[in-house]
Ligand binder design. Structure first.
Ligand SMILES: Cc1cc2nc3c(=O)[nH]c(=O)nc-3n(C[C@H](O)[C@H](O)[C@H](O)COP(=O)(O)O)c2cc1C
Length: 190
């Protein structure tokens, strides 16, 4: 079998007990054999500052390189004030530069939102759909995935135990795996 596609999975919360991180870990665990998800938190990524662009800090370069080496990108985000958290926007800004050379370009992309509330962070996901198209690769449009009521979905070890959520995640991952495969074949001209 071919080696799995490496998917950088960006976690939109840096909270220690983050539901988003637990969900990202569940995605990594439930991923089909054709995908390997690298769960990536954004602790310590320094603020984007255009003054530093000519001589970028080492952490920006390492972050950009990580994205560039990946076969795809999966965003998993909570919703802050009807949008994405600042740490995630900062990471997008860092990886989107230099102008015209976004590290995300060409990478098949997935968007997943979640919330302990009833709307599943849909506004954050919609904002990502606005932000990304000019600087990313193709974005999987269907199925959409907004994970609701995640607050009681985990056991003491942080593992996802809510079966309906597991099912939705598996369905999404299987569509995402097929999408990544299609996009990679198409860009290779196969
Ligand atoms: C600053 C802030 C703003 C928030 N705004 C929203 C919101 O607009 N919609 C929503 O569903 N939840 C909102 N929440 C609740 C978050 O969904 C909740 O805190 C969630 O646990 C954060 O994700 P995490 O567990 O991955 O850290 C907000 C939380 C914070 C701290």
């Amino acid at each position: 079998m071919a080696s799995p596609h490496h998917i950088v999975t960006l976690v939109g919360s840096i909270r220690k007990e983050s539901f988003t991180l637990k969900i990202a870990n569940a995605f990594a665990k439930l991923a089909p054999a054709s995908l390997k998800l690298e769960v990536t938190t954004l602790h310590g990524l320094s603020f984007f500052n255009q003054d530093l662009e000519a001589n970028p800090p080492a952490d920006w370069l390492a972050f950009r390189e990580k994205i560039q080496k990946a076969s795809g990108v999966l965003f998993i985000t909570p919703e802050y004030n009807r949008s994405i958290p600042g740490v995630l926007k900062n990471a997008i800004d860092v990886a989107s530069r230099p102008y015209g050379k976004s590290s995300f370009l060409g990478k098949p992309t997935g968007i997943v939102s979640n919330s302990p509330g009833p709307l599943g962070g849909v506004s954050a996901a919609k904002h990502l759909q606005n932000i990304l198209p000019g600087i990313s690769g193709p974005i999987l449009g269907q199925p959409e995935i907004y994970l609701t009521a995640v607050g009681d979905a985990f056991n003491d070890k942080g593992e996802l135990v809510k079966e309906p959520l597991q099912k939705v995640i598996q369905q999404y991952l299987s569509a995402f795996a097929a999408f990544v495969d299609r996009q990679i074949r198409a860009s290779a001209g196969a």
